[in-house]
Design a protein around this ligand. Structure first.
Ligand SMILES: [Zn+2]
Length: 261
């Protein structure tokens, strides 16, 4: 197995190359489809239909936008956590989806000059609804690690044999420094997710927003992430949080608690 990294529209995509098939980590922006197609056909000399599976780590448009397009064009299957389509459901979910697409485009504007399509599908409809610790279909050397915090349904995937962890948006890396994702919606769950990832003993961490971290001491990185959670949020974090609370997965449990407890 060989890992390739592709510099996508907003984040880095990873393709795990196997003899028979390719695994896409993870679902990318709609604007990444051309890049993925070009990479498969020109760099790997393989048909795009070799991408047997794409994981969608969570519903944010830069992680869920390309996979449904690849499924339609090439039959790529999608694996995601089982409650993923609750995130943007209903009218408030619809509103949150538009806000998140807009925020993703603002990130793109900050980094690039040429603006491309970022508006993704609101509902993914995964072919495989995954649970914690379950092996990935077709690629059972990888298993799903349920890592909520940034959203209610984040997953990371871990290759035990190679000690490689794809961590989704749990870690943001800029010039060698690690940061929390924007936003952290569920702080307690995020803390638990960091502890869980730290215990995996990963030697390489693939980070979609940042560079790969090659480290035998990944436990220390996750300890650092846990410490960051204790710091008071700065102005940007607070602002992004206000714009990120419309998913029914956030407000429904609060209403339930208020009514029934
Ligand atoms: Zn995200």
């Amino acid at each position: 197995m060989k890992i390739h990294s592709l510099n996508g529209y907003i984040n880095t995509l990873f393709i795990a190359e196997y003899e028979d098939y390719l695994l896409l980590l993870d679902g990318g922006s709609p604007a990444d489809v051309d890049l993925i197609e070009k990479f498969c056909t020109e760099e790997l000399n393989r048909p795009v239909s070799n991408i047997k599976l794409a994981i969608v780590s969570h519903m944010h448009p830069d992680h869920s936008g390309a996979a449904p397009i690849l499924r339609k064009k090439y039959g790529t299957r999608i694996a995601a956590y089982k409650n993923i389509d609750e995130w943007y459901s209903g009218s408030t979910g619809w509103f949150q989806h538009k806000l998140d697409c807009l925020m993703a485009q603002i990130v793109a504007v900050k980094h690039k000059t040429k603006i491309r399509k970022v508006f993704s599908k609101r509902i993914t409809g995964p072919d495989y609804l995954m649970s914690d610790m379950e092996p990935l279909p077709f690629f059972n050397d990888w298993r799903v690690i349920y890592t909520p915090g940034h959203t209610s349904h984040d997953i990371a995937v871990f290759n035990e044999g190679e000690k490689i962890l794809y961590c989704g948006d749990s870690i943001i890396e800029v010039r060698g420094r690690v940061y929390l994702p924007l936003p952290v919606i569920f702080r307690k769950k995020m803390k638990h997710s960091y502890r869980k990832m730290g215990e995996l003993g990963a030697e390489q961490i693939l980070i979609p927003h940042g560079n790969c971290i090659g480290s035998a001491g990944s436990g220390e990185i996750f300890e650092r992430m846990e410490k960051l959670l204790e710091e008071p949020p700065n102005r940007i974090r607070r602002r992004v949080h206000y714009f990120s609370v419309w998913s029914p997965e956030i407000w429904k449990p609060t209403i339930r608690r208020l009514l029934f407890q």
